[in-house]
Write a protein that binds this ligand. Structure first.
Ligand code: IMP
Ligand code: MG
Length: 179
């Protein structure tokens, strides 16, 4: 793995923290008196999901799922494969699917009906980032941190070839030949 990439900050750690607290407060108000289950979509959502869970004041359960979408390069197609299944049932529960970023929307377009078929009481999507310009299918997003332009971003769970997930900010990768 080359370490020659330059990474510029798109969204600072402070701005992320502030926004996550805001979303946490909104969820806490919207689900007052209820228990919720956050479904963290591995691996990218793990940082966001943990920070978000800490900001929610109603009772929270956590479960994890990993899906991969078949596609070439950085573009996903319609087909998804479940690589890690949820540990528990979501029947009758208030479910929030937590994503790192929505790009084409294809992954959630396939995943949501599969989860809805398991009869949760209600289910919605919460994403840290959204690239609306790239959307290929219609997705109903209830909570969204930031709309971002069509650029490949890393950090806060998001990777470039499995690297940079641990950056505490959202950054843009500039490849070597752009330096
Ligand atoms: P979608 O099915 O096209 O919406 O794919 C969403 C998934 O693609 C995300 O969960 C990420 O794993 C990945 N992805 C999309 N854009 C980026 C990016 O800018 N950086 C890193 N991963 C991305
Ligand atoms: Mg992902």
């Amino acid at each position: 793995m080359s370490n020659k990439h330059k990474i510029s900050v798109m969204i600072s750690e402070d701005k992320l923290q502030e926004k996550i607290a805001e979303i946490g407060a909104k969820i806490s108000a919207d689900y007052e008196g209820k228990e919720i289950k956050l479904i963290c979509i591995l691996k990218g959502s793990i940082f966001f999901c943990c920070e978000l869970a800490k900001r929610i004041t109603v009772p929270v359960m956590l479960d994890f799922m990993q899906v991969s979408s078949y596609g070439s390069g950085t573009k996903s197609s319609g087909d998804i494969v479940i690589k890690k299944e949820l540990d528990e049932s979501i029947e009758g529960e208030h479910v929030i699917v937590v994503e790192d970023i929505i790009d084409s929307g294809n992954t959630l377009y396939r995943l949501m009906p599969m989860l809805e078929a398991r009869n949760p009481e209600d289910i919605c999507i919460c994403t840290l980032l959204d690239k609306p310009d790239r959307r290929e299918v219609d997705i109903d997003v209830k909570y969204n941190g930031f709309n971002i332009p069509d650029e490949f971003v890393v950090g806060y769970g998001l990777d470039y070839d499995q690297m940079y997930r641990n950056l505490p900010f959202i950054g843009v990768v500039h490849l070597d030949d752009e330096n």
